[in-house]
Design a binder for this molecule. Structure first.
Ligand code: DC
Length: 212
């Protein structure tokens, strides 16, 4: 294990299981954890609540600049509508720029950190000791998300979720500002055929090898 604080960047598309994986990895290595999607979700939600057009770069950027950590604890941020709004405001450079300082300062805390998102390895922490790009086929991601929602009693059709997953992939990877893509030095982890336990062990293997 490295002596200096360890920064682990975990990126990947929507519903790839990054959050669950990143949280477990952070607990395993005793590192702080930031789900950066929450920042964009909070901006989207505040914009919608205050009647700001989600497609307005300057107005949503101003909201991002005023974002407070208390805004991240709001309930309802993890839902589908919040994810859709987040993906829309995340295309705007002023929004992304306003959120950089907070993410970098979190990443550089003395004890080290795990951050998950879309551009952690490419833009936020290009010098992270370990970069993992987690993915799974759109069909597998949609199936997992559908099962998760159904288990919570929210009946939703697989086809609806698959269409949402594909839309989000297209927007997150197709935008010109910090598009979703693996950093050149990212380690790829395709979890299509893995359950969460297997994916967690595979991620730890990658991290241990990269830091030994
Ligand atoms: O990871 P998530 O599903 O909570 O992210 C919601 C949206 O926020 C995602 O579709 C795109 C945006 N996002 C981003 O652009 N950059 C990040 N680092 C994290 C999220």
């Amino acid at each position: 294990m490295a002596d200096r604080p360890l920064t682990i960047a975990i990126d990947g598309p929507a519903a790839a299981g990054k959050g669950t994986l990143a949280k477990r990895v952070s607990q395993h290595y005793g590192l702080a954890y930031l789900d950066t999607g929450l920042l964009y979700r909070a901006v989207g939600r505040l914009a919608a609540e205050s009647g700001v057009d989600l497609d307005d770069p300057e107005a949503t950027g101003a909201i991002a600049a005023r974002l407070d950590t208390a805004d991240l604890t709001e309930t309802g941020l993890r839902g589908r509508e919040a994810g859709e709004r987040a993906s829309r405001v995340a295309v705007h450079p002023p929004v992304r720029e306003a959120l950089i300082a907070f993410q970098r300062s979190f990443a550089s805390q003395p004890g080290g950190a795990v951050l998950d998102g879309r551009d952690i390895g490419t833009v936020i922490c290009p010098d992270a000791e370990v970069k993992i790009f987690v993915t799974a086929s759109p069909e597998v991601r949609a199936r997992r998300r559908t099962d998760e929602l159904n288990a919570k009693g929210r009946s939703v059709a697989y086809e609806t979720i698959l269409a949402e997953v594909r839309d989000r992939d297209a927007r997150d990877a197709g935008r010109s500002a910090a598009p979703l893509r693996p950093a050149q030095d990212a380690l790829l982890l395709d979890t299509s055929e893995m359950d969460i336990e297997t994916a967690f062990r595979a991620a730890c293997d990658l991290i241990d090898r990269a830091t030994s």
